[in-house]
Design a binder for this molecule. Structure first.
Ligand SMILES: Nc1ncnc2c1ncn2[C@@H]1O[C@H](COP(=O)(O)OP(=O)(O)OP(=O)(O)O)[C@@H](O)[C@H]1O
Length: 457
């Protein structure tokens, strides 16, 4: 035996004892025979699983266990894997392999697991498979589109034309570039095109290029290698291109990609293959690209911030979605749809909505209506005072320009102003508010109701 003293620890290595200790400590049952079929060793686990006791050591295996299969491996030199065995009431699974030294078979080893353990492992494996399946289903639900062409409310002829072109592109794999201000419905169009395409049962992956830091976007789009980096294991990761394989990749805000990533993207579009960061070999991907931007890409090209050749790869079909202020006819329709027939709206509100400029387009319209829906009381109709302050001011400005207000609105404006002025110099106590109510000739309860109505704190 060789004793090594290493930092105060005594170890035994390169000895029979060393290997015996390893075999003894294993969780699998081990039995070894030599060239003559004589059992040379078994470990305690072998006894526990098979019931064979250590007195077999030194005896021919077949004399002790006539049905043993290990001698077959010894004779043929061929391994046997997952062999089911049953002796008396014990069931187990055995792997058998020849022991080869200098190209010569010098024995054979049998490694067994009790069936119970195998069953437990099989059960665990089945559970994990089920989990993977559930996760895959959840992932594909996440990657399914929410909108179809039916969800695109349109009334203006320019929008009808755009939808009709978009429907035609759905039947192809051509790249589509969707332009338009923020909130005009670019992503809605991308969903609808994918939904109507032959790829609709495959993933739709949307990535907002402006939301991912530039040093991470390459990793996100193309994935990264698996291996060892600075002596640490790195688990490989598929990028969004691989995740979208067979489906559609929606590159939102493409104008925000750095020139470096634009060059890599162009290569992928030309080659139809991606290379994970840190890998050499290419992987083929079949992905349809729909890109969108609220920027003027021609202007970015002039400034040297966008690649001309990439634009030509992306804009085979170029859809420009007009801003909401150029689709006035659609505003009441979209508003009614967002209110889902559950809220009534005063006539002058719908009129005002069509006059407003909507710099945030349909997203802004949705937000403003959500605000009003939250503020309006049950059985009340949505009126201007249920809108955010900036909208109310805009409404007043518009009417001032015209110099006329509908009478009930003029009354409300005046009433609100009188209340605000009277309450300005008064403190928050009930006594002080009672004084204001007395001066105005109304009850305290009416004062509080009007404060609530006009959102006066
Ligand atoms: N024609 C339409 N009919 C009904 N709803 C619409 C229409 N266009 C857009 N919307 C709704 O407006 C909101 C904004 O749309 P979307 O996210 O598609 O805009 P976008 O142009 O992609 O915005 P951004 O450039 O900021 O990403 C979404 O809630 C969408 O469902």
């Amino acid at each position: 035996m060789v004793l090594n003293v290493n930092k105060g620890m005594v170890t035994i290595e390169g000895t029979v004892e060393w290997w015996k200790a390893i075999v003894e400590s294993m969780n699998d049952g081990v039995l070894v025979i030599d060239q003559a079929g004589i059992v040379r060793t078994i470990n305690p686990e072998y006894t526990r699983i098979t019931g064979v006791t250590p007195d077999i050591i030194g005896k021919p295996l077949v004399s002790y266990r006539p049905g043993a299969r290990l001698p077959e491996t010894l004779a043929s030199g061929k391994s046997q894997v997952g062999v089911y065995r049953k002796t008396h009431d014990r069931e187990y699974v055995v792997d058998m392999a020849p022991v080869v030294v200098n190209d010569e078979i010098v024995g054979a080893v049998s490694v067994c697991k009790s069936l119970n353990e195998v069953q437990l492992l099989t059960l665990e494996l089945e559970k994990q498979r089920q989990k993977v399946k559930e996760l895959q289903e959840r992932m594909s639900a996440l990657h399914r589109v929410r909108y179809t062409f039916d969800d695109i409310i349109r009334a203006e002829s320019n929008m009808q034309d755009i939808v009709s072109i978009a429907k035609k592109t759905a039947a192809t794999d051509l790249p589509v570039l969707i332009g338009g201000e923020s909130g005009t419905g670019k992503e809605l169009f991308a969903h609808a095109i994918h939904h109507a395409s032959l790829r609709s049962d495959k993933p739709f992956i949307a990535v907002n290029c402006s939301a991912i830091p530039s040093d991470l976007i390459e990793n996100e789009l193309f994935g990264h290698f698996e291996g060892v980096l600075y002596s640490k294991p790195v688990i490989g990761k598929a990028g969004l291109f691989e995740m979208a394989d067979g489906g559609t990749l929606f590159l939102d805000e493409i104008g925000d990609l750095s020139l470096d990533v634009q060059a890599k993207l162009l290569r992928v579009l030309q080659e139809g293959a991606i290379r994970r960061v840190g890998e050499v070999e290419e992987r083929r991907v079949d992905v349809r690209i729909i890109a969108s931007t609220h920027r003027d890409l021609q202007q970015l090209i002039t400034k040297g911030l966008f690649r001309n050749d990439l634009l030509y790869r992306l804009n085979t079909i170029d859809l420009q979605i007009p801003p909401l202020r150029e689709r006035k006819k659609e505003i009441p329709l979209i508003a009614q749809s967002l209110l889902a027939d559950r809220f009534e709206v005063e006539e002058n509100v719908l009129k005002f909505l069509t006059q407003y400029d909507w710099p945030g387009n349909i997203r802004e319209l949705r937000n403003v209506l959500d605000y009003a829906k939250c503020l309006v009381d049950e059985n009340e109709r949505i009126s201007i005072r249920h809108f955010p302050d900036f909208m109310q001011k805009q409404h007043t400005l518009l009417n001032e320009e015209k110099g006329i207000l509908p009478l009930h609105e003029a009354v409300e404006v005046a009433e609100k102003q009188i209340l605000e002025t009277s309450l300005q110099s008064c403190g928050p106590t009930v006594g002080e508010r009672q004084e204001v109510a007395d001066l105005l000739g109304i009850s305290l309860a009416t004062l509080y109701n009007k404060m609530k109505k006009y959102n006066i704190k």
